[in-house]
Design a protein around this ligand. Structure first.
Ligand code: PXL
Length: 260
């Protein structure tokens, strides 16, 4: 019998099921891998936005990682909302100690509604401790600007910012340009001096959990042995098909959730 690939999400909890570990687990199930999840923080939220954020205490968080990784070896791991510096450090320590391979870091900083999902003092740890262990880091344009400490207004700025992030140690940086004003949803993958652009048509609507789902799908294809370039290309297609069938779930009808 072929053994199922195992993929771990380390991220925040979104009880509405649209983002965080909940959407990550749905994504894993949808794509036929064995999903696991360790919450780094709890949020209170609905289709109207995030109303509360509560960290999982670092000792409790670290204990979960240790119990899991002592026993089960994931084929890929993705991180999302980590919220505190202590939890960033705990992921980095566990990743080193358990020789985690195929680490995809989605550097979630804020929710769409503007809530802080990574505290300011944790950003330095993310860059210093976690990025060197990452295969791929997947910032959106805003996150890339914060992480590189520069404003990004054109392709040259974006390439320069990507270079700065690559200097922090990950093998690849994928800058998601979905929030830019052009007619296409363009994501750009950088490795050293190599640049690859992936483009899908822009879908109308306010989607919840797109970044979470994308990094999860990338982790799944990496777990299956695809090269990063191919994994990102395929992940873009999967997420685009999910965007097409997204539906309102809560009272705010404009917020669309993935239907697997
Ligand atoms: O999409 C960013 C994000 C990530 N993780 C969790 C979230 C959100 C946005 O609300 O709640 C848990």
């Amino acid at each position: 019998m072929r053994v199922m690939k195992k993929v771990l999400s380390i991220a925040g909890s979104d009880p509405s099921g649209g983002a965080g570990i909940q959407v990550d687990l749905k994504t894993f199930q949808f794509l036929g891998v064995y999903g696991m999840a360790v919450p780094a923080a709890l949020t209170a939220q609905s289709s109207r936005g995030v109303s509360g954020v509560y960290p999982v205490p670092s000792n409790v968080f670290a204990r979960q990682l240790e119990a899991l990784l002592t026993d089960i070896k994931p084929d890929a791991v993705k991180t999302g909302m980590l919220f505190t510096r202590g939890n960033v450090e705990a992921v980095a320590s566990a990743a080193q100690r358990f020789k985690v391979r195929n680490l995809i870091v989605d550097p979630v900083l804020r929710s769409t509604s503007g809530r802080t999902l990574l505290r300011t003092d944790a950003i330095a740890s993310l860059k210093k401790r976690l990025f060197p262990l990452a295969l791929v880091v997947t910032p959106n344009l805003m996150e890339a600007a914060v992480l590189s400490g520069m404003s990004i207004t054109n392709d040259r700025d974006m390439a320069f910012a990507a270079g700065k992030i690559l200097d922090m140690g990950p093998s690849y940086v994928l800058i998601k340009g979905g929030h830019c004003a052009s007619g296409a949803a363009e994501d750009t993958l950088y490795r050293g001096r190599t640049v690859l652009t992936f483009s899908t048509s822009r879908r109308k609507g306010e989607f919840h959990g797109t970044g979470c789902a994308l990094s999860s799908v990338i982790a799944v294809f990496i777990a299956r042995g695809y090269a990063v370039e191919k994994a990102v290309e395929k992940a873009k297609q999967v997420v685009d098909s999910l965007l097409k069938t997204a539906k309102p779930v809560g009272r705010k009808r404009k917020t669309l959730y993935f239907q697997f």
